[in-house]
Write a protein of this length. Structure first.
Length: 352
């Protein structure tokens, strides 16, 4: 098993490299560099071509800096873990090709990693005792997934979004409110000043099963924005009403899954898990039912440390990628199982 793993993440608009060092069960994060691409703020969202070019320019220096932070030379690296997908295919290709070149030239092991499995492992970087079984809510700009995790590498999909991911909804509503990109942090800051009684938005599918839908909520906010005669006055209240609705849906379904499985741990992961209001609401609702495991914001946002950690696990199982490894924008989550969910679990009488 590798003792030093270099992780590379380029799935969207963060160029990141990380170094994990240590033993099989609890590797330590020795170096982490995350370079965000500010150019996208001008356009109100990520421009794929610009993201790819920025990764190409920055990645060698980012890798060198992560190794320097770890106090290691490239010769100390045993394996390279890289995000294979999902994500922007051009951005992914930059990371995959660079990782393959490094591994091939240095005769090192190579492992492709699923981006969302990386988010799932992120809390384990700071909580080495974290172990399945648990329920996981993974919420990012492109995904909203509710998983039953009976073991690392085995994932039972309880529910996913039917349309927009929660993170995308935050970005789109932020644009409606004139808050710029990325939208999540701006909405959370503004919502803290809002009155929750001013705007009560619908909670789509909150009381139905485990799937999600946020497109109708976005439309409701759009209509409220258009109906406002003073957007400067209403902006914080609109942000609060929207955020309350999204978080209520997310945490209600998470609680329903915890009650149905009986697990005593719930994991929050993905960029939206940087929202401290979400974390606090989950801890409040699950008090007495399950502990909430969540990484610090730096490790919840897209980063190479989580990719290295998921890659560490896969390497420990004896898995390796060959030189045909390629980027896949639609990469399926490895180990995903389809399960039949009893109606009694979907509509648990104890659920909110």
């Amino acid at each position: 098993m590798a003792d030093v793993v270099l992780g590379i993440e380029t799935s969207c608009d963060e160029t990141s490299a990380a170094v994990l060092v240590g033993e099989r069960r609890s590797p330590e994060l020795a170096g982490l560099v995350i370079l965000s691409q500010d150019v996208h703020k001008v356009f109100g969202g990520v421009v794929p071509e610009l993201a790819s070019r920025a990764h190409l320019s920055a990645l060698p220096a980012v890798v060198d800096r992560a190794l320097a932070e770890a106090g290691l030379a490239w010769s100390a690296v045993d394996a390279v873990a890289v995000t294979q997908g999902p994500g922007l295919v051009g951005a992914l290709l930059v990371g995959v090709v660079y990782a393959k070149a490094l591994a091939y030239a240095g005769d090192r092991e190579l492992i492709g990693v699923h981006h969302m499995e990386g988010h799932l492992f992120a809390p384990a970087l700071e909580d080495p005792e974290l172990a399945p079984p648990f329920v996981a809510l993974l919420v990012s700009g492109g995904h909203t997934l509710l998983l039953d995790v009976p073991a690392w590498g085995r994932y039972r999909l309880l529910g996913a979004t039917r349309d927009d991911a929660a993170g995308e909804a935050f970005d789109k509503v932020a644009a409606l409110l004139g808050l710029g990109y990325p939208g999540g942090p701006a909405i959370e800051r503004l919502a803290s000043q809002g009155d929750p009684r001013r705007f009560s938005f619908p909670r789509p599918m909150r009381d139905e099963g485990y799937e999600f839908s946020f497109s109708g909520l976005k439309t409701a906010v759009l209509r409220a924005v258009r109906a406002s005669d003073d957007l400067d006055r209403d902006r914080p209240h609109l942000a609060r009403g929207f955020q309350d609705a999204v978080l209520d849906v997310l945490v209600t379904k998470l609680e329903r899954a915890v009650r149905a499985t009986g697990y005593r741990t719930a994991v929050l992961g993905g960029g939206v898990a940087c929202n401290r209001t979400l974390v606090e609401l989950a801890a409040q609702r699950l008090s007495g039912l399950a502990r909430v495991a969540v990484a610090s914001p730096r490790l919840n946002a897209d980063n190479a440390a989580m990719i290295a950690r998921a890659g560490w696990h896969r390497l420990a199982l004896g898995e390796r990628s060959d030189w045909t490894l390629d980027a896949r924008a639609d990469l399926p989550l490895p180990g995903l199982e389809t399960v039949e969910i009893p109606q009694s679990a979907i509509r648990n009488p104890q659920s909110p």
